[in-house]
Design a protein around this ligand. Structure first.
Ligand SMILES: Nc1ncnc2c1ncn2[C@@H]1O[C@H](COP(=O)(O)OP(=O)(O)OP(=O)(O)O)[C@@H](O)[C@H]1O
Ligand SMILES: CC(C)(CO)[C@@H](O)C(=O)[O-]
Ligand code: BAL
Length: 285
């Protein structure tokens, strides 16, 4: 697997993949790969002839008090995992290649970015939308795969691609979880053993609330119960626990308010300073 750091080499390598025929898939990541990322690569391999992964810890999507400096970086291990999974190319540009002197453009998606992580992490989705637009233009894949773990991000990227007529199919991939239900995330590495044990309360609280809502119990009561469960497990502050329309991400307080769309239960909360997110589908009865 070739590791590429400059635009010209990338262009030539992708052209060579295209000459072999078939579709090209892109899996954008920030590295520190785990089985969730590998599920995206595997789905890419099922849907396309060639898979390009990118690793870029994008500074513009981190807030000033977030973990940009501490974010785990282990490219050699990541490259070995990608090679083993049959990934064809690794696009691993540095910050100066992505944002050269004079860079002055921001891609800003409205609506779907307004609440949830968009509210809790101001500017975050501008950084995501800008870098994803660049990655899509650089690689020009036929399909690009993103995890449902970052559910709002997936919705933002779907909106971006539709609004800007970007010629790519966006594929969402189900969340990979540890045995106790915790969604895999690079940031789980920040949890100490006691926090890691406590963290299972997040998927459990969401599961309990989703079942209650599916049984027809009032949404507000189910959300309040999830809040309480998270607090009891040591989570705090809790940024949000909300039932939302799965496409617009507008909060809803009744399951049938998600007109024509699925409903999604989403939460974000800190455990000892580590911010975790998770979400679950809530099926109408
Ligand atoms: N558990 C998971 N299951 C499926 N996809 C995932 C999972 N975790 C991350 N992804 C997806 O992998 C892609 C790259 O994500 P990223 O590199 O930020 O990893 P991450 O584990 O989400 O890291 P972080 O801890 O920073 O949120 C995104 O599309 C993300 O949704
Ligand atoms: C999509 C992404 C690679 C953009 O930097 C990032 O937000 C991520 O890893 O989910
Ligand atoms: N996993 C989404 C990228 C981020 O949290 O910055």
């Amino acid at each position: 697997m070739q590791i590429i750091r400059d635009r010209d080499t990338l262009r030539n390598a992708v052209a060579a993949l295209r000459e072999a025929g078939g579709r090209v898939a892109l899996v954008p990541t920030m590295g520190a790969l785990h089985a969730g990322h590998m599920a995206l690569i595997a789905e890419g391999k099922r849907r396309a002839r060639a898979v390009v992964a990118s690793i870029f810890v994008n500074p513009t999507q981190f807030g000033p008090n977030e973990d940009l400096a501490a974010y785990p970086r282990r490219e050699a291990t990541d490259a070995a995992m990608l090679e083993e999974a049959g990934c064809d190319l690794l696009w691993a540009p540095d910050v100066a290649t992505m944002y050269p002197a004079g860079f002055a453009t921001t891609v800003s998606v409205g609506g779907v970015t307004e609440g949830l992580d968009g509210a809790a992490r101001p500017g975050h989705f501008n950084g995501v939308a800008t870098v994803v637009t660049k990655l899509l233009n650089q690689v020009a894949p036929d399909i690009a795969l993103f995890g449902e773990k970052d559910f709002q991000q997936l919705a933002v990227i779907r909106r971006l691609v539709a609004d800007l007529d970007l010629p790519v199919e966006i594929v969402g991939v189900a969340t990979e979880r540890d045995d106790d239900g915790l969604a895999l995330s690079s940031r789980n590495a920040y949890l100490d053993p006691a926090q890691r044990t406590a963290a299972r309360a997040l998927p459990r609280a969401l599961g309990e609330a989703a079942s209650a809502i599916e049984r027809g119990e009032p949404v507000a009561a189910a959300l309040a119960l999830a809040h309480r469960r998270l607090g009891e497990a040591g989570f705090g502050p809790i940024d949000y626990v909300l039932l939302c329309d799965a496409v617009t991400l507008a909060p809803i307080d009744r399951l049938d308010d998600a007109t024509g769309h699925e409903a999604r239960l989403l939460a974000a909360a800190k455990l000892g300073g580590v911010r975790l997110i998770d979400n679950l589908k809530v099926a109408p009865r």
